[in-house]
Design a protein around this ligand. Structure first.
Ligand code: SF4
Length: 340
């Protein structure tokens, strides 16, 4: 990478000064940086907003304070600690990667993009961000915030990952990969917001081409969003003596590895229907209609009958947890169905 001089981008130093003065403190920014914490935070931040990620990360670190402790954990505990974040394959990949790190890398997260990319669940963006933030490796991971800031600074109608990297990575001052990356991300999150950028408070406004052009929000030109797909399923609630039947979903399935109610493509006849639960996943919305039936007929493979209280100790998805809350109320009200 050909590095440029600060004169090529006079906005870089004011941006870094602003970041040093105003930056928010988060567990993953504690010095000295712990590459393991940076990695877990990076994966969580793909699922949730910065403020929401903090309690999840703290809970995770209480369970698995080091990569070695994570590597020794069993999958159910890991999924349980991830509960509420969605995309459980990310948690399974954290576990697989921790085991690889302990087995093949002496328990230390790799420092290079290539080494990180070789681990399960770490793509190019994450590998670059982790390498820069944890080790100061001079590479830039481009996220949506960085794309937007770059597009506005240079008044570009669109800016892809590759182009953003080609433009911005050479401007990274030597030895400042982490702060440069975090400053751009934080500027995008707190100041150069998608709607209503706070240009008056922006440390780089003197050099911003979009602001000079008069309408910063017009950059980058908004891409129309696809409408989320809708799915409707029945959540089958089989009841036996105050307990409900749960199944463990297979690894290859959606919500794989988690316990939950069997989801059926059709709402079955009979049974008692409870109010539907609507849950948004990325790219689609699922409406689940809980149908409470007395247990009978074929058992599901691996089905386990538990009380609602016991179910809380199992890793459940947010959707199944909501269904369970409704079912607990239903059973508590003495409305359990009788077997005919
Ligand atoms: S001046 Fe406004 S549009 Fe330009 S980078 Fe700053 S906040 Fe974004």
């Amino acid at each position: 990478m050909k590095r440029k001089k600060p004169a090529d981008a006079p906005w870089v130093r004011p941006l870094l000064r602003w970041f040093e003065r105003d930056r928010e403190e988060f567990p993953w920014r504690r010095e000295p940086r712990d590459p393991y914490v940076v990695w877990v935070a990076e994966v969580m931040l793909q699922q949730t907003q910065v403020a929401a990620a903090v309690p999840y990360l703290e809970r995770w670190l209480r369970h698995f304070p080091t990569v070695a402790r994570l590597a020794r954990a069993d999958a159910d505990r890991v999924l349980k600690a991830w509960e509420g974040l969605g995309y459980y394959s990310r948690a399974r990949n954290l576990l697989k990667a921790a085991r690889t790190i302990v087995r093949d890398c002496g328990g230390v997260l790799p420092r290079t993009v290539e080494g990180l990319r070789a681990l399960p669940g770490i793509g190019d963006y994450s590998a670059r961000s982790i390498a820069a933030l944890a080790y100061g490796t001079p590479v830039l991971g481009v996220d949506g915030n960085i794309r937007r800031v770059g597009a506005r600074l240079y008044a570009l109608p669109s800016l892809g990952d590759r182009e953003a990297r080609d433009r911005l990575e050479p401007l990274m001052p030597a030895g400042r990969a982490g702060p440069f990356t975090e400053a751009l991300m934080e500027l995008g999150r707190r100041v150069c917001k998608p709607r209503g950028p706070l240009c008056g408070a922006c440390p780089v406004r003197r050099w911003c081409a979009a602001l000079s052009a008069g309408d910063p929000q017009a950059y980058p030109a908004g891409a129309p969003k696809a409408r989320p797909r809708r799915e409707r399923k029945a959540a089958l609630v089989r009841v036996r003596g105050g307990r409900v039947g749960l199944v463990k979903r297979g690894e290859g399935e959606r919500l794989g590895g988690l316990w939950g109610f069997p989801l059926l493509g059709r709402v079955p006849r009979g049974g008692k229907r409870l109010d539907p639960i609507i849950h948004a996943y990325s790219g689609f919305t699922l409406t689940a209609v809980p149908v409470v039936v007395a247990e009978g007929g074929e058992a599901y493979e691996g089905e386990r009958f538990v009380t609602p209280g016991e179910a809380l100790d199992l890793p459940l998805s947010v959707l199944d947890r909501k269904v369970m809350e409704k079912v607990a109320k239903e059973l508590g009200a003495g409305n359990a169905p009788r077997r005919k």
